[in-house]
Design a protein around this ligand. Structure first.
Ligand code: ACO
Length: 331
């Protein structure tokens, strides 16, 4: 592949998103759970999480399908065709298959046939931040010029709907950006971390062997341990990425954190001394869509006109692994 040394930066050229058609409110979920003798309520869920509704995909709609819809929108808003894409990265923990990667399935469904690189990234709820950082690095060294970077999940497939402590928190969806080479930033700095010592507090420990599931195929979480770790690492990675870029909290126009829980977002905003009206919040309508949550929130805010060209965005993710990181962008 040709290198382009004159183009040393990457910038977000377009965004897109997709949600399954079925919207499930807290009241819908509570009624369904009550029919199986499990108690929850709209009040409890809103009070503890800020979530009011989420979307669930039907069996036949896979992560790749949502990713394709989001990608088509992102390509359209960037004014590019699939033929101009030379890198596809899908961040997902709910891939269509064990292999091949969801990225190659997306490539096929989009009809991109010129053989560009395609891969999945697995960093759970930080997956999009990891994927965007990798795409930025590949563009900056000249191995890619236009990348499709996607977060797509069908977390409903790994939820135990008999476990009220987890099943009320998550939803399905996808978000995508086209990241393109540019002679000015764009992405100002990135910061990635992981600490595998905390894998037990948030995991889906099952696997497949001999044609059967070994272990547990459902998501497990120690909510309070996740909460404490999340607020701390989101503050530290925000400070690090700002320092790397030579910027300060005062330069942030919009904070787009991983949409897990409104209380985690409020805690992070408080630590960064940002008013909540500078925080993009979609968790109320989408629940936690894991790797999809940040690009989904970004696209919603771009399309509603809140985020404008020239705004400085701080994107932050945290999730299973434990993994966390951030990307600072001049949009
Ligand atoms: N409905 C009603 N009651 C519930 C429900 C529910 N859905 N879930 C739990 N409860 C009950 C518990 O059984 C408990 O009852 P008890 O006091 O009789 O034992 C009570 O509510 C309090 O439970 P806690 O777990 O202490 O509730 P907490 O205030 O910690 O809230 C929550 C739980 C929302 C999960 C919180 O810990 C949290 O936000 N954690 C962050 C985790 C998170 O957001 N994870 C998302 C994935 S991770 C990520 O994306 C980074």
């Amino acid at each position: 592949m040709m290198s382009h040394p004159e183009l040393r930066h990457s910038r977000i050229a377009g965004t897109g998103s997709a949600l399954p058609a079925r919207r499930v409110t807290n009241a819908d979920l509570a009624a369904e759970m009550a029919s199986r003798g499990i108690e929850t309520s709209d009040d409890w869920i809103v009070d503890r999480t800020g979530i009011r509704a989420r979307h669930f995909a039907p069996k036949e709609q896979a992560s790749s399908d949502l990713a394709v819809q989001a990608s088509q929108q992102a390509l359209e808003s960037a004014g590019l065709s699939g033929a101009q894409i030379d890198l596809i990265i899908v961040a997902t923990s709910t891939p269509d298959m064990i292999f091949p990667s969801t990225a190659t399935i997306v490539q096929r469904k989009l009809g991109i046939v010129h053989g560009c690189a395609a891969m999945d990234v697995q960093a759970v709820c930080s997956g999009f931040i990891y994927a965007l950082s990798i795409a930025d690095a590949m563009i900056r060294v000249g191995t890619a010029r236009n990348a499709l970077v996607i977060g797509s999940e069908v977390f409903s497939r790994i939820l135990n709907f008999d476990d009220r402590t987890t099943c009320v928190l998550f939803g399905d969806g996808a978000g995508a950006v086209v990241l393109s080479a540019s002679d000015s930033p764009g992405i100002l700095a990135t910061d990635l971390h992981a600490d595998g010592r905390h894998l037990d507090i948030l995991c889906t420990p099952g696997t497949v062997a001999g044609g059967t599931v070994l272990g547990d195929p459902f998501l497990k979480m120690d909510g309070q341990a996740v909460f404490k770790l999340a607020v701390g690492v989101l503050e530290s990675t925000a400070r690090t990425v700002l320092e790397k870029a030579g910027r300060s909290e005062a330069d942030i126009d919009w904070l787009i954190p991983h949409q897990a829980n409104i209380r985690i977002m409020q805690g992070t905003a408080r630590k960064l001394k940002l008013p909540m009206d500078k925080v993009i919040v979609t968790v109320d309508q989408h629940g936690n869509t894991s790797a999809a949550s940040i690009p989904l929130a970004l696209d919603v805010a771009v399309r509603s006109g809140r985020i404008r060209r020239g705004d400085t965005l701080l994107l932050e993710g945290v999730g299973g692994g434990f993994t966390w990181g951030s990307v600072l962008v001049d949009y």
